[in-house]
Structures are given as structure tokens and as C-alpha cells.
Ligand binder design. Structure first.
Ligand code: GRF
Length: 231
């Protein structure tokens, strides 16, 4: 173990602790806040370094600033293409020496411009039991289909939307009288539990992207990742 130029501690495999975390958000940022709090509690060997929102009205900007984290707006409408927008995001992430990128309710479809440089170092959370219901309106779709369970999935970001290898999934039963609001609330509570766990594992190098799968402690994970309900 050694202390590098940046003052961060060099650990196994050249990994620097605390790992610098960048967040991309579009709205409330409750998942981002859950992760920031887990960092503050020492549950993640990570240090939130930057929050970028693609719109100035994202409530999460204020939450980040309350925690003393730089929070900036990078408005996609100011750019001629997705690629130039994403290049600006990369520029900001690099300036803040971000190691891992956490998508937390970021409502922009990403291209390889941003995904490729952070492949294996970028996670997303999706409010369904992937591979079911990629895209929007996940809770209503689960209700309409008569599913018995709903949930959320943390996965590596790859170029296929909501289809990267899963790290962890949490479930909740769908009960009588559930509507998309009650279901969303229950699933969100699960999100706030599983996302900090997945970020902690990523920062420690316990979870890694290995081609089309995710590995945990060197073992190949099933396509749906670790089952949170099963512990
Ligand atoms: C969450 O439901 C997440 O699964 C989805 O967007 C929502 C973001 O909520 N990707 P918040 O901004 O983290 O509160």
C-alpha cells in the first residue's frame, strides 16, 4: 500500500482508494443520495467527486451540493449531437479525475462515445427485473402482465440499452391493489439498498465486467446477477 501523487491510497492491482465517483442524473437523485450517504458512512470505499445533470431543474443538484459535492449542469439541448454532448461530459469527468460513473435516473440514451471509455466502470439501475421490461413504464407493464414480482436491477452499462450484465437484483411481490405508484415506492426502497451495495463492490474490484457477463469475486454471475432477497 502506498500513497500516490493525488494523495489517494494505492491498493491491490493499482486501484486508488477512495475511488472517485461521478454521477449522471436527470431528476430527484434519490439513488445518488443513497450512494453518497453510504460513502459518508464508510460503506463504500469511494468519494463522490462530481454530479452532472442534463437539466438545471434536477433536484439532485441541490442534494449533492448540500453534501459538498460539485454539481454542474450539462444541458444536452446546447449540443448539436449526442456525441458532442457526451464528449463534454467526458471532459468534465476527466477534469474531476472520475474513476467510475454511476447513472442514477439519467434520462438520456448513451452512445459508444461515453460508454466505451468507461466500459466496466459504469453502472445503471433500472426499475424492473431485467431482462423483463427494458425502457420506460416498467411498473405498469409488470402490473398489466399480471406478474407476481417486480423489482430493480443494477447492471453494467453496455451499448445495448438496459441490457448490460446484471450485478444484483432485488424483488418485491406484487400484491392486490398495487398500482404503479405503490409499486414504484416499494421498488425504490429496494433500489436504495442494492445500488450502494453494487457501487461498493465495483469500487473494491469485487464485481467486474468480463465480456458478456459480470464476475463477483472471480466467479461468473448468473444473467440476473446476485439475488438480493436471497442475501
Ligand atoms: C429510479 O427508479 C431508477 O431506477 C430509474 O430512474 C429512477 C431515478 O430515481 N433509472 P432517483 O432520481 O434516483 O430518485
Amino acid at each position: 500500500m502506498a500513497v500516490g501523487d493525488s494523495g489517494r491510497t494505492e491498493h491491490i492491482e493499482g486501484r486508488l482508494y477512495p475511488v472517485k465517483i461521478g454521477f449522471l442524473i436527470s431528476g430527484r437523485g434519490s439513488n445518488m443520495t443513497a450512494i453518497i450517504e453510504a460513502c459518508e458512512a464508510g460503506e463504500i470505499k469511494g468519494s463522490p467527486a462530481l454530479v452532472i445533470a442534463n437539466n438545471a431543474t434536477a433536484e439532485g443538484l441541490e442534494s449533492a451540493r448540500k453534501h459538498g459535492i460539485p454539481a454542474i449542469v450539462c444541458d444536452h439541448r446546447q449540443f448539436a449531437s449526442r456525441e458532442t454532448f457526451e464528449s463534454q461530459i467526458i471532459e468534465e469527468l476527466r477534469q474531476h479525475q472520475v474513476d467510475v460513473v454511476i447513472l442514477a435516473g439519467f434520462m438520456r440514451i448513451l452512445t459508444s462515445t461515453l460508454i466505451a471509455p468507461y466500459l466496466g466502470r459504469m453502472l445503471n439501475i433500472h426499475p424492473s427485473l431485467l431482462p423483463k421490461y427494458p425502457g420506460l413504464n416498467t411498473h405498469q407493464r409488470a402490473l398489466d402482465a399480471g406478474d407476481r414480482f417486480a423489482g430493480a436491477t443494477v447492471h453494467f452499462v453496455t451499448e445495448e440499452l438496459d441490457a448490460g450484465p446484471a450485478v444484483i437484483q432485488g424483488h418485491t411481490p406484487i400484491v392486490d391493489n398495487d398500482d404503479h405508484n405503490t409499486l414504484r415506492e416499494r421498488v425504490l426502497k429496494i433500489e436504495h439498498q442494492i445500488y450502494p451495495l453494487a457501487v461498493a463492490w465495483l469500487c473494491e474490484g469485487r464485481v467486474q465486467l468480463d465480456g458478456a457477463t459480470a464476475n463477483f469475486d472471480g466467479q461468473r454471475l448468473p444473467p440476473t446477477g446476485i439475488d438480493f432477497a436471497a442475501g
